[in-house]
Design a protein around this ligand. Structure first.
Ligand code: G3P
Ligand code: CA
Length: 265
């Protein structure tokens, strides 16, 4: 990976180019890279045998032909499932059911990014980390270490950031890797953070687009407090315009190509 940030507003592909291809599959991430995304967002969960896989829901029912909780299945069982066919294929997609639509490990995603041939950042969200008492973060940091990504010289230079709705999960990451940037995700603004503060040590806020629409003054407070603002999930052109107007730093979207086009990247 090289280290120059290309655009003032980053376009982050949410679960890959997930409007066009089945979310969290190699097909979706390859498409996002082709579409010019600056960064890729992914959710990670632990399998029964301790692997980190990229799956959003607690269960595999919605996005595969299998059933059950990710945490109750071993990687080999997940690898036997089809994570692509559920996606509407009416529009002659450019992805095929096969290796690119099987379960994606975080390790494989890190390899894809390493081989991208340009800087592609990774925003990794720990899902339900409280249930695992630190194991998700521990595995994550071990894996990042293997790729030389766990201890960047500075947060600004890091091509990887860790996101969570759990301040505790982010704290665990920072305790081991103080320079790895962390993003505090928010579905609503907690009263104790209304003044624009974030949990101790967190520099990046991750508000939902609903917060941005309903409380633009809050976004201004975050910016004034010198926090970066990464907004999810921004798919509508008028929301992209609002994000630009408010000067957010990253737009997390299912449609990286369309958003890049709108931003003139
Ligand atoms: O990027 C943050 C966003 O992905 C959080 O919501 O449910 O899509 O993981 P969710
Ligand atoms: Ca997510």
């Amino acid at each position: 990976m090289t280290h120059a940030r290309q655009h003032p507003i980053q376009v982050v592909a949410h679960r890959g180019a997930s409007e066009d291809a089945p979310e969290h599959t190699l097909a979706a991430y390859k498409k996002a890279i082709e579409d010019g995304a600056d960064a890729l967002e992914c959710d990670v969960r632990l399998t029964a045998d301790g692997h980190l896989v990229c799956v959003h829901d607690r269960r595999v029912n919605r996005t595969s032909n299998g059933r059950g909780a990710v945490s109750a299945l071993e990687l080999a069982e997940l690898a036997a499932l089809d994570f692509g066919s559920w996606k509407n294929r009416d529009e002659a997609p450019d992805w095929e059911i096969g290796p690119d639509t099987s379960v994606l490990t975080l390790e494989r995603l890190l390899e894809l990014v390493a081989d991208a041939g340009r800087r592609v950042e990774l925003a990794i969200e720990t899902k339900h980390p409280t249930r695992w008492a630190g194991q998700v973060e521990e595995r994550l940091l071990m894996l990042l270490k293997r790729f030389g990504l766990d201890a960047p010289e500075s947060a600004e230079e890091s091509p990887v950031r860790v996101m969570s709705f759990s301040a505790r999960s982010l704290q665990r990451v920072r305790t081991v890797s103080p320079t790895l940037p962390t993003v505090y995700l928010m579905q609503f603004v907690s009263p104790r953070l209304r003044d624009g503060r974030l949990p101790a040590g967190v520099r990046i806020a991750g508000p939902s687009i609903r917060i941005v629409r309903n409380h633009p003054a809050y976004i201004e407070r975050l910016k004034k407090a010198d926090h970066q603002v990464h907004v999810w999930t921004v798919n509508e052109p008028q929301d992209v315009d609002l994000c630009v107007e408010l000067g957010v730093d990253a737009i997390i979207t299912n449609r990286p190509r369309a958003v890049r086009h709108q931003l003139g990247h």
